[in-house]
Design a protein around this ligand. Structure first.
Ligand code: F0G
Length: 464
């Protein structure tokens, strides 16, 4: 059979014009945004690769769902559709809807974590770690070492290091570990998957010690696709089957539905244990909303229920989604730009530590690179390095993560191959003139989750 390219299994029905800005307009915009791409106005952005979160294009079927959403305060029909979709596709019985992923993380952390507890996980995600610490816990990273090395071609860089996990259990005792926090397709590692064998082994190890496994299944679909591509025995399985198997090795999951699930807002906590689910619902009504809507409107739940089924209806959707990301990544590799290997599921991660080796990490090389790419072309990306990592609460020093990255995150079903070509051209242009880009320093530094609202200025005026 002829091998076809990753071309999309959809066509475009409606378009949204985007701004083409001049360099002088962008000079003003980035200065006003304090060199933080989070603080740019979207009207000043040409191709928006800040995030794949809530930026997907919904299908006509999902848009039609908005019209038939049931806005009943209690017992909404759309809630039941959502519950059935999560049961059918993810396999969890108990569904607790939330306004988005962090709402689910908040509820989960509050019901399971006691002050002094330790939560091992395969690298951190910013909001997940925040909620674990907010509940009095301490996060401990147990991802394999390869995850911290951008040049390692390990096919499953999201894997849990079982020896490290065993070490944490030995050091603190199972009683102080309420659950292990396992992220599928690890965002901060560059959208890197874990293998089914590793997930199964993690679940078995935890089960032996009576420790729960809670997935962050936000991008589990993309993980399922990589398992199909890379793990022996899964080549002919559908992503739907693989996704269900992933979830079978867990006691529950938090999901930000703004990613895999193809909606602009929403999320959920899913559990197997009905007693735990009751505890979660008791908090839900205080923090999110009644247990049959959480933080979502009926129409949002309807679109979400449809998105969950649509993402796995065939393998073609995820093949094209990851195919587009790999297209961009491979073009950048061909151009000689250092990126995280292998190319991840939701974006291409530029290795800013290597590209900007003339800037010390204390002057935020990835933050500077993201600002420079915006200046060059209006392409918006995101820092994932020392600014995102924050400070050590005990010493007050910056955390200096090994990964100092700029993320070019691809929204689902939004941009074309030609847009990806423009991104390649711009990143290559900036790469060639990187010596002209200098470091940054804070003019405003928020105490928590500082990357969202921090402001910077160049340490020395840039020649760029
Ligand atoms: N878990 C992961 C792995 C995420 O990537 C995100 C969000 C969340 C949880 C939180 O979900 O935003 O719905 O509250 N990631 C976005 C990003 C913000 O850009 O990577 P949320």
């Amino acid at each position: 059979m002829t091998k076809r390219s990753w071309a999309e299994p959809w066509k475009i029905k409606m378009v949204e014009p985007i701004a083409m800005t001049s360099r002088s307009e962008r000079d003003t915009a980035i200065a006003e945004a304090g060199y933080n791409t989070f603080l740019l106005r979207s009207d000043d952005v040409y191709i928006d690769l800040l995030t794949d979160s809530g930026t997907s294009a919904m299908s006509d079927h999902q848009w039609a769902g908005l019209m038939v959403g049931d806005e009943a305060y209690a017992g909404s029909r759309s809630f039941h559709h959502l519950t059935e979709a999560v049961r059918d596709i993810y396999g969890y019985e108990e569904l607790i809807p939330t306004h988005q992923g962090r709402g689910a993380e908040h509820i989960l952390s509050q019901i399971l974590i006691e002050p002094g507890d330790v939560i091992p996980g395969n690298m951190y995600f910013t909001t997940t770690k925040f909620h674990q610490e907010y509940a009095g816990g301490t996060f401990v990273d147990v991802i394999i070492d390869e995850a911290h090395d951008p040049s390692s071609d390990h096919p499953f860089k999201g894997n849990v290091d079982l020896a490290k996990l065993q070490g944490v259990i030995d050091a603190y005792g199972a009683a102080r570990i309420p659950y292990v926090s396992v992220e599928t397709n690890v965002n901060m590692a560059g959208g890197q998957p874990m293998s089914m064998a590793n997930l199964r082994a993690t679940f078995e190890l935890c089960s032996r010690h009576g420790i729960l496994v809670m997935l962050d299944a936000t991008r589990a679909l993309e993980n399922a696709w990589f398992i199909k591509q890379r793990e022996a025995g899964y080549e002919t399985r559908s992503v739907a089957e693989i996704l269900a198997e992933i979830c079978s090795y867990s006691d529950g999951a938090t999901v930000s539905s703004k990613k895999d699930n193809l909606v602009n807002i929403g999320g959920f906590l899913a559990l197997r244990d009905p007693v735990l689910a009751q505890e979660a619902r008791a908090l839900l009504v205080a923090f999110e909303g009644l247990h049959t809507y959480g933080g979502m409107s009926g129409r949002d739940m309807e679109a979400l229920a449809r998105g969950i089924r649509e993402m796995v209806a065939t393998d073609d959707h995820v093949a094209a989604r990851v195919g587009q990301v790999e297209y961009l990544g491979n073009n950048l590799i061909k151009a000689g730009v250092p990126v995280v290997h292998p190319i991840g599921g939701h974006g291409v991660f530029l290795d800013a530590r290597s590209i900007m080796s003339h800037i010390p990490q204390s002057e935020f090389p990835a933050q500077a690179l993201a600002a420079a790419i915006y200046l060059d072309s209006g392409v918006r990306s995101m820092e994932r390095g020392v600014v995102s990592a924050g400070r050590d609460p005990e010493t007050g020093d910056h955390h200096y993560p090994q990964l100092e990255l700029v993320r070019l995150t691809i929204p689902r079903r939004v941009y074309t191959q030609a847009h990806m070509d423009v991104v390649t051209e711009s990143v290559f242009e900036v790469f060639q003139h990187r010596e002209a880009i200098g470091g940054l320093r804070f003019t405003y530094e928020p105490e928590k989750l500082r990357f969202f609202q921090a402001r910077f200025e160049p340490v020395q005026p840039w020649e760029f």
